[in-house]
Design a protein around this ligand. Sequence first.
Ligand code: SAM
Length: 283
Amino acid sequence: MTGSDYRVVIGDSRRMDEVQDGSVHLTVTSPPYPMVAIWDEFFSEASASTYDAMHEYLNQTWKEVERVLAPGGIACINIGDATRTRDGLFHLYPNHSRIIENFEKLGFVTLPYVLWKKPTTKPHYKGKGAFLGSGFLPPNAYVTLDMEYILIFRKGAPRAFQPKDPQRYKSRFTKKERDEWFSQVWDVQGVRQSVDGLERRVAAFPEEIPRRLISMFSILGDVILDPFLGSGTTLKVAMMLGRKCVGYEKQKQMIEIIRQKTGASRARIEFQEQPSGVNAIAA
Ligand SMILES: C[S@@+](CC[C@H](N)C(=O)[O-])C[C@H]1O[C@@H](n2cnc3c(N)ncnc32)[C@H](O)[C@@H]1O
């Protein structure tokens, strides 16, 4: 594959002018989560830190995802629900259900989703990260949020292929992979706590997540998009699996992290900056 098969646009995925209509086969991404404090700054342009405004921000990217996906293309969105205390009361923010509603409004077909079991999250009590003070006494403790969702949507009817399409046949998975990947609960370790600095702060997902999704929902040579590229995990895995990739990342300082992550393959990545002014999007 040529250099331009791997592109990173430093810019805002709410407008992806650098990507042509219908040119992407699969989107794999984990957006910043509404109602999780570390991501608040990304939603500041949404002018209010309300749940609705944050989802309206993300929805601008989902509209672009719809535009650039080919018919039958698939979008996989890794998202967690969130909790916050408001006016002294515990609140659950079910991001996954809002994203499903928004994709349905954009005309996508919702497919069965995956629950990614993350072993690290602690039990919740009164909105805090643990059973502080509750001991073993009912009834005021909360169920632990130890799952994230991998929502899966398709643009219209399934993709059509020529009979015996050679690229499709070369992309086949094994029976063991099928049995494991196509079950609803995935037990995949998170990114090692020893990963430090920006990669950790950006909440990178483990390579196993895009590895499975790319293998399940695309074929060799397909174009993969990650509109919230972060440290470049999706790009790295797409390169390893013989797919093309385009990613968007707002923070320029991630370039170095992406270069480190992609190692020897980085020479093949074209970095480009979105022209300034393009981010001035009407609300
Ligand atoms: C949860 S992280 C993605 C982590 C990524 N999956 C990885 O493995 O490193 C979300 C990323 O989206 C970026 N981001 C937030 N808003 C953006 C926007 N409008 N356009 C492009 N990138 C954005 C943030 O800078 C952050 O790096």
